[in-house]
Design a protein around this ligand. Structure first.
Ligand code: NOJ
Length: 721
């Protein structure tokens, strides 16, 4: 308990004082899930050693599981759409604060898996199809959570891309793709965020379960990334004692008390099948981040009082609202119908997502990310409430149809100046969506019910009745939009959390300018997806009956695929409109010192429109062809808020990793010589600024900057991500 020592020293001192039974007692779930005041996991403390309880709890959109009186923030995919890591840090900090006051000291968040398959039922819990964007969000959220005496758990490691056959499927993925695409957000969360814990996933990776996979756990995570915290299994993802322990799993979690890392592990250690040094390592890895974030020195709130406490502060509710405002993407605004202006308007609010029943379904995704799990929340502001309240100040009249009858909804729409249709579906852990459209059934972890109405047809009929129709989507990922040409306005609001109605009203009426950008590509058709064969998704069984999903698209995930195959998506990655207009000008490259920047890209962003607004300036790198990389990849971005007529300089660092690729033969990151294009703009499909860097003595036409081999060597040492 000497707080003057480092976390590492304290961890070693503690472990050296422990008996084998005391060590084993640290390694598994001790009670059925939810039994400890509604938490997902519980490892009892050991008062004789001053070890506090470990209370583990889900936290996708807020402090979840069976916790009550916590804030439902927007889904991670919505947060990621803000392209605003500073805001994501604030989310993490609020999450950690609420957790700690609920008696929780390990958060099972953030989810950073790559959105490989748009049908995946859990994409709403993740951040992006792009590893760089996911990495920035992961680092911010981990740091925010761990600014409290609470450990963050990055999940679900790794290549956990689908819910179909989630307990058995093998993700068969090549090494380079694993390093560059799937493992990269974890690497950043560990190296830059100092995440205390990583959760291994249910699936197999190249035939071996993620929680007993030496390649991913020990070789990549612990050795290559230098991870010094602990790996816990997803609930029920531990399948063995000796193989799992020796492969690098440190803690067994389940919905029931542990069975592998209990007495069988003690026997295995005594028999010499698992070395005592490995057991010590497991425990050291658990207590080290506990010391580092302050769990020993600042115990979480005590139960049973903590379970009853309302931990929602006014600033958390305000944060939930601003996260939703910042994460709702404006995708279409024909004829500048938005924002809604003037007084005395007749506004028709229509659809299953607008009223109490639908809003209860759509504010949150389903499964362990739900707030509260399997429950409803009493303080959700529905779109109908939010819009009605806001409309009062303009003297507008709001009418409402729940959309259960398209004919009745059209009648309501017809007599209004503007019709706003709320449509969506609730994605869920445990099940993938069966299609990308909104017309068919909707399943969740808990229930599988047909949609009450064909929402595509509802939108289409309302739009036929009123040319000024706006659609607001509450979905966990991309959907097809057969009605797109019929509607004038479109928002993707994802799952907006409990401030749903207030946030969408602020955007519709222009109290806040939309500034979000898509973290996922929206395809024009399901047949355009990168995963188009059954071998890729959902996978086919081998002779032993094990399903294998073959990642044969390799690194061509999301926009990388659409670029490479010259397929025009419905809406590209990085796209989102605002109510003002921005101009990007004058890309200039300057030399960096190699640590961390090899080069800096500078350009001007100006608000050339009539309103205050925020733009996300994006930087992509296009590698020389012989590098074998996708056509271009996001390597930097910055969100800037500008007044009308104002301008600012954006400076983005281009570091070693921005130019590097994973070399299988050298087993490390390498930057080859050649001509690298630097592209900047406001979406992956609008990159008007470009310049070339000549690397390693390459001759490149019009190169603005040369990066020498000497500088590369300097940069290669000690790079992070
Ligand atoms: C299973 C889910 O996959 C995981 O995300 C969650 O953290 C655990 N259950 C605990 O609820």
């Amino acid at each position: 308990m000497n707080a003057k020592l480092s976390a590492n020293q304290r961890a070693h001192e503690l472990v050296s004082a422990m008996t084998i039974d005391q060590k084993i007692a640290m390694l598994s779930q001790s009670q059925p899930v939810d039994a400890h005041y509604g938490a997902a996991g519980f490892v009892p403390g050991q008062p004789a050693l001053c070890i506090p309880d470990l209370v583990l709890n889900d936290a996708g959109q807020g402090v979840g599981d069976a916790q009550l009186n916590t804030t439902a923030f927007p889904a991670p995919i919505a947060q990621s759409s803000s392209w605003d890591p500073a805001l994501q840090w604030r989310f993490g900090a609020a999450l950690g604060w609420q957790a700690w006051h609920k008696g929780i000291n390990v958060q099972l968040a953030p989810g950073v898996e790559i959105d490989r398959v748009p049908l995946n039922g859990r994409n709403f819990e993740y951040m992006s199809e792009d590893p760089y964007l996911a990495a920035q969000g992961a680092v911010a959220e981990v740091r925010g959570i761990q600014s409290n005496p609470v450990i963050a758990t990055v999940k679900h490691y790794v290549a956990n891309s689908q819910e179909t056959n989630r307990m058995t499927v093998s993700s068969d993925v090549d090494q380079r793709t694993l390093e560059e695409i799937y493992a990269a957000p974890y690497e950043a969360a560990v190296k830059q965020g100092n995440a205390g814990s990583v959760m291994c996933s249910y699936n197999r990776i190249n035939g071996t379960y993620a929680c007993e996979n030496r390649d991913t756990l020990t070789t990549i995570l612990k050795r290559q990334f230098g991870f010094t915290g602990f790996v816990m299994s997803d609930w029920g993802a531990t399948h063995s004692t000796v193989p799992a322990a020796n492969a690098g799993l440190d803690m067994e979690m389940d919905v029931k008390p542990g069975q592998y890392f209990t007495a069988p592990l003690k026997t295995a250690v005594q028999d010499g099948q698992v070395p005592m040094s490995r057991l010590d390592d497991m425990v050291t890895r658990i207590v080290r981040p506990m010391f580092a974030v302050g769990i020993f020195d600042h115990p979480a709130a005590a139960e049973p009082a903590a379970a009853a406490v309302n931990v929602q502060r006014p600033q958390d509710i305000a944060l939930a609202r601003s996260l939703s405002e910042s994460g709702t993407v404006l995708l279409k605004n024909q004829g500048q119908l938005l924002p809604l202006t003037g007084n005395g308007k007749r506004i028709a609010v229509i659809g299953p997502g607008a009223g109490p029943a639908g809003a209860q379904q759509f504010y949150n995704g389903a499964g362990s990310g739900h707030i509260p799990e399997f429950g409803a929340k009493s303080d959700v502001v529905t779109p109908l409430q939010g819009i009605t309240q806001r409309a009062l100040s303009d003297g507008d009249v709001v009418t409402y149809a729940d959309g259960s009858s398209a004919a009745a909804a059209s009648l309501v729409g017809e007599t209004a100046d503007v019709a706003i249709v709320f449509a969506g579906s609730q994605d869920s852990e445990g099940v993938d969506r069966s299609t990308l459209d909104l017309s068919s059934g909707n399943c969740s972890f808990v229930v599988c019910t047909p949609q009450p109405v064909d929402q595509d047809s509802l939108i289409s009929q309302v739009a036929a009745a009123n040319p000024h129709t706006i659609v607001v989507l509450n979905t966990g990922g991309p959907v097809l939009m057969p009605w797109l040409n019929q509607v004038q306005g479109l928002f993707e609001a994802w799952y907006p959390g409990q401030q749903d109605g207030n946030a969408i009203a602020a955007l519709l009426f222009g109290d806040v300018d939309p500034s979000a950008k898509l973290p996922e590509t929206f395809p024009a058709s399901q047949s355009d997806l990168p995963t188009r064969t059954p071998q890729q998704y959902p996978g086919v069984n081998d002779a032993a009956g094990i399903p294998h999903a073959t990642y044969s698209e390799g690194m061509l995930v999301g926009y990388r695929w659409y670029d490479a195959k010259h397929i025009t998506p419905l809406f590209p990655f990085g796209f989102g409109l605002t109510y003002t207009t921005f101009a990007l000008r004058g890309l200039h490259l300057s030399a960096g010192r190699g640590r961390p920047a090899l080069a800096n890209a500078t350009f001007t962003v100006a608000d050339a429109g009539p309103r205050l607004g925020a733009e996300v300036a994006q930087l992509y790198i296009s590698d020389p062809r012989n590098a074998g990389e996708p056509p271009k990849q996001l390597k930097g971005f910055e969100k800037v808020l500008l007044k009308p007529g104002a301008r600012t300089k954006v400076k983005l660092a281009i570091d070693f990793r921005a130019l590097a690729h994973w070399s299988d033969s050298a087993h490390r990151w390498k930057v080859g010589s050649g001509c690298y294009r630097v592209l900047a703009g406001d979406s992956s499909s609008n990159l008007p600024l470009s310049a070339t860097i000549a690397v390693g003595g390459a001759r490149c036409k019009g190169a603005k900057l040369h990066v020498s081999n000497a500088l590369l060597r300097r940069a290669a040492r000690g790079h992070t991500t």
